[in-house]
Design a binder for this molecule. Structure first.
Ligand SMILES: Nc1ncnc2c1ncn2[C@@H]1O[C@H](COP(=O)(O)OP(=O)(O)O)[C@@H](O)[C@H]1O
Ligand SMILES: [Mg+2]
Length: 254
């Protein structure tokens, strides 16, 4: 089972869109059984798939021990091959509670994922992390074996990368096996600043994905229609790039 946390200290870099697009390609084209784990109190990923107003049980309950004993009773099924462990706005309270009262058991998410792995019903887990190091993002980085870091090619993002590698080092002291699956350049487009940024990033001692995800209006449009990008616009540049990313990370589809 592959377990990949999609993480960046910054928001708005494409973590959620990457989780949605990869999950769709892996289930539809690779036949993989995928579990999405929404660790972000903003609930973008959860609301994309579950258009309900009320909070559904999920990551918060796992981290506070209020979940159902059987892992599969806690996930929402989206289709035959895709399920989601939902986020809720309660994850924001958890950050305060984790610090002041030690309420969150950050290792509990790892236990939850191990139970799913033992049952052999899931092939890939993708964690959609909130920006920064919240209780839930730390829990995801502890539960994952790999981390994928989407970035935008602007000056602020590149400055943030140095901080990222520093913080990853401290997380490795909690999860020594955590592997950097790659830094993923998102919203790539032809411009001197972007190309310069890419050159700089590729000169750093970091694994940078060969694939870049091109900037395409179809991506924000797909978040309105709530269709994964590969369904909303199969032929778009970004959908093509996400398929290339799937090949880079998972090999050829069956
Ligand atoms: N390749 C892309 N081209 C154009 N817009 C994109 C692309 N990837 C992401 N976006 C847009 O950027 C915004 C942030 O993406 P999102 O996945 O929500 O980021 P994060 O989860 O890191 O906060 C969204 O409005 C999304 O539609
Ligand atoms: Mg997000």
């Amino acid at each position: 089972m592959r377990t990949i946390a999609i993480h960046n200290l910054k928001g708005g870099v494409g973590k959620t869109v990457t989780a949605i697009s990869l999950s769709r390609i892996l289930t539809a084209e690779y036949g993989k059984r995928v579990m999405l784990v929404d660790c972000d109190g903003q609930c973008n990923l959860t609301r994309f798939f579950i258009p309900r107003e009320e909070d559904v049980p999920g990551v918060y309950e796992v981290l506070t021990g209020a979940h159902e004993p059987l892992w599969s009773d806690n996930v929402d099924r989206i289709d035959d091959r895709l399920c989601i462990l939902a986020a809720s706005s309660a994850l924001y309270e958890l950050d305060v509670a984790a610090i002041t009262r030690g309420d969150a058991n950050l290792g509990a998410l790892r236990g939850f994922i191990s139970a799913a792995e033992d049952d052999g019903e899931i092939d890939v887990v993708l964690f959609d992390c909130p920006p920064g190091f919240s209780a839930a993002s730390c829990a995801a980085l502890m539960a994952a074996r790999e981390v994928l870091i989407p970035v935008l090619m602007d000056g602020f993002s590149l400055e943030g990368m140095a901080d990222m590698t520093h913080q990853l080092r401290s997380l490795r002291s909690v999860n020594p096996g955590l592997k950097l699956a790659g830094v993923l350049i998102n919203q790539w487009h032809r411009s001197p600043a972007v190309e310069k940024g890419e050159e700089l990033l590729r000169s750093m001692p970091l694994p940078v994905c060969r694939t870049v995800i091109r900037r395409t209006d179809k991506v924000p449009e797909s978040t309105f229609t709530k269709q994964p990008l590969p369904d909303y616009s199969r032929g778009s540049a970004a959908a093509h790039d996400y398929r290339a990313l799937a090949r880079e990370l998972f090999g050829e589809a069956r």
